[in-house]
Ligand binder design. Structure first.
Ligand SMILES: NC(=O)c1ccc[n+]([C@@H]2O[C@H](COP(=O)([O-])OP(=O)(O)OC[C@H]3O[C@@H](n4cnc5c(N)ncnc54)[C@H](OP(=O)(O)O)[C@@H]3O)[C@@H](O)[C@H]2O)c1
Length: 343
């Protein structure tokens, strides 16, 4: 069993679940690769944590607010972390800032320059600096994982990039944003927007900046990263036409109810034979024939429409930090593994 050591940027919901999952699964040795968490960084700085008890790390974070308070753990600096081990993966579970791509962008650049693969749960670096990251990865032979950044746990990148290759993908449409669609469900049941947002805030499901969910930004980021990975790395955020769920009025809701439709926030990418690509995020009234119509609370879906393979639909039943952490594990195992017989 070979070993992969993780450098973890961010130790919030996802980072902590990830660390616990790795511990509970004996480092995923059964997959042929043993994953070891070697270093953890949060807002307070970074520490070496190899051979430390996960429970101590979690307890330190809970009590003191930062992993740097872990007794006896050597403090680390970004300039030193990627030299220590050859088989290393950087995992970015820090906050998403789509304007600067930080705090993940700087460490990702350093990792890729050292030939270290990077797995992103954060969308920021891939929205702000996609081409630069992908080019660096190619130059230095380091792979990139982004499953957790594009609507977990759907394997959208795998299907979009590998699964429909050569099949003439014309369009893909997805329900990627749990929070926006939960708010739409509540509006449909007669609750007003402010109360629906308040409920999401209490449940902790809405982003700190609610506009990310309400104005469709979260879905737009995911759509953009997917379309860049599948079609064109140069597509820009400005090219995504966007209308969020906060614009839905009573008339639209009544009309949908009358027609027995459901309104959902749908992200769509379509490509003309000329190569011209259109990206949009908007609430759509879905009829019962639409493959996205049956999605229930917490479910996500994506539909790939091709010329020669027909329509391929992915539907997932589970979201949240555990499924996010599991998607990160999948990416770590895939980017760190030697190429197998299949792909
Ligand atoms: N939660 C989900 O289900 C989910 C699903 C898919 C994708 N994601 C993405 O995954 C990422 C993590 O989500 P989360 O729910 O775990 O968020 P979170 O609980 O807010 O954790 C974010 C972490 O980032 C750290 N951080 C912030 N600024 C930093 C800096 N300058 N340097 C180092 N660390 C910094 C925070 O440090 P402190 O702890 O010191 O504040 C915190 O540990 C986000 O980008 C999110 O969009 C989340």
């Amino acid at each position: 069993v070979s070993e992969v050591s993780l450098v973890l940027l961010g130790f919030g919901n996802v980072g902590q679940r990830l660390t616990q999952l790795i511990h509970d699964h004996d480092g995923y040795s059964a997959e042929g690769t043993r994953i070891v968490v070697r270093a953890v960084f949060d807002r307070g700085g970074g520490v070496a944590v190899e051979n430390r008890e996960v429970s101590d790390l979690l307890e330190t974070k809970r009590r003191h607010g930062s992993v740097t308070a872990l007794a006896g753990a050597p403090e680390l600096d970004w300039s030193e972390v990627f030299d220590v081990s050859e088989r290393c993966v950087l995992v970015d579970t820090s906050i998403t800032d789509a304007n600067t791509g930080e705090p993940g962008f700087g460490p990702a650049i350093q990792a890729l320059k050292n030939g270290v693969p990077v797995v992103f749960a954060s969308k920021g670096p891939l929205v702000a600096h996609y081409s630069e990251l992908v080019e660096l990865g190619k130059q230095h032979g380091a792979r990139i994982g982004a499953s957790a950044a594009v609507g977990i746990p759907l394997p959208s990148i795998e299907v979009g990039v590998l699964g429909v290759r050569g099949a003439g993908l014309k369009r893909f449409r997805g329900v990627f944003s749990e929070t926006a669609n939960q708010i739409l469900r509540e509006l449909e049941s007669g609750i007003d927007l402010d109360s629906a947002v308040e409920r999401a805030r209490i449940e902790g499901t809405i982003e700190e900046d609610p506009r990310l969910d309400l104005d469709g930004w979260d879905a737009a980021y995911k759509l953009l990263i997917l379309a860049r990975a599948i079609w064109n790395p140069l597509l820009s955020l400005e090219s995504v036409s966007r209308r969020g769920v906060s614009t839905i009025g009573k008339r639209e809701l009544d009309e949908a109810r009358y027609q027995r439709n459901k309104i959902r926030l749908v992200a769509t990418a379509s490509r003309q034979p000329s190569g011209e690509t259109q990206l949009k995020v908007e609430p759509e009234a879905l009829s019962s024939e639409d493959p996205l119509y049956p999605l229930g609370p917490g479910e996500k879906g994506v539909v790939f429409e091709t010329e020669t393979m027909g329509t391929i639909t992915l539907r997932s039943s589970k979201g949240g930090p555990l499924a996010t952490a599991a998607s990160v594990i999948k990416d770590v195992l895939n980017v760190a593994a030697p190429k197998g017989s299949f792909y």
